[in-house]
Design a protein around this ligand. Sequence first.
Ligand code: NAD
Length: 416
Amino acid sequence: MANYNPYDNVLTVMNEAAEILGYSDNDIASLKHPERELKVSFPVVMDDGTTKVFEGFRVQHSTVRGPAKGGVRFHYAVNHDEVKALAAWMTFKCAVVDIPYGGGKGGVICNPSKLSERELHEITKQFTIAIAPLIGPEKDIPAPDVGSTPAMMGWMMDTYSMLQGHTVRGVVTGKPVEIGGSLGRTEATGRGVMFSTNNVLDKLGIDRKGTTVAIQGMGNVGSISASLLYQEGMKVVAVSNSSGGVYNKDGLNIPAIIDYLSDRKNLLSEYNEEGLVHISNEELLELDVKVLIPAALENQINESNADRIKASVIIEAANGPTTAEADEILASKGVVLVPDILANAGGVVVSYFEWVQNLQCISWTEEDVNTKLKNIMDPAFDAVWDISKENNVSLRTGAYLIAIKRVVEAKKLRGL
Ligand code: NAD
């Protein structure tokens, strides 16, 4: 898979959906190219006194339906094509849940686990200064993604505000609640994953209680998903992070694991409980479970392992975890897959709520946020389910039928 390019995945699905919708190449030509891309490099003085130059990206895929919206990834392997794909997925994600945003994404090449808090703060600050001409509450609104945290969003907000000469809360979402973050934002992506899981199990007539689940990735999204599905009565038998995975056929003690990880990040490989077996990330993906939830990175389910996947339901909590080739293999096996642009949209929906609260200088209760989130996620799921059945296509294609139509029609109505 050395030549894997996630942007090719985006183009494959986009072309398929556009053909079903009867759109010409002209109709979707502009969607195949990001509107704006910025590559930056900036120096940072490290704790040992040396100066290191870091590289980063900000890509705005589309602003047809509103300001660009999307996270910033801090990861040693992040690259331009990955950020381009992530930005495009944001365009379609915002469209499928019908919130007034386009899509954008950012990335900084660094390894947060090897940086001190001061170094991370400085990198975040310098990156924000470098991309400042592109961002703003009406233009492009970053948020957390892999390797970035609410604290870092606070630093981004502060840096941008310093440049403007006044506090601008709405320039980033996922901030700490004390400085304008929304209640419920940290849990929002995992909560949306839980709604998506419940919805698909209900449609398939599968009882939630005791349903076996395996989750790859125990970061923000994976751990909240694990916790909420555990609370729903599902049996979470396996979880993993970059240090490896754990499996217990009788169900893992998820609250204990989350508690353990909160103190000792990335040492899941050293966690123990009765009946537990240590497994690799590859083994986790191939477990005999009902529901598999990839919640880490792209390209985890691909042509090399798709035929060994035993789960009958996949919920894409991560962005782009399944390649187009794997999609075909899974479909031929009858696997029902809830696609990323729907399954993990809870995060951007509550980011939208945060932005709305910031612009109006108000704050909603957590209960209000969670209810409003459900009121968006459930109808979006039903719409994707229905259109997929009507057209006899996968849920992924169904989601893109809705999303691409909304973006192309908005483009036409704007006379673009
Ligand atoms: P995070 O940095 O909090 O966590 C990532 C987790 O994945 C960590 O536990 C890490 O150890 C693990 N990991 C990394 N490589 C792995 C591998 N090869 N195998 C198993 N685990 C591995 O990131 P996050 O915010 O939870 O994001 C996870 C995914 O969800 C990403 O695809 C991201 O784009 C997507 N997403 C995040 C949000 C959000 O609100 N944070 C919203 C929508 C989608």
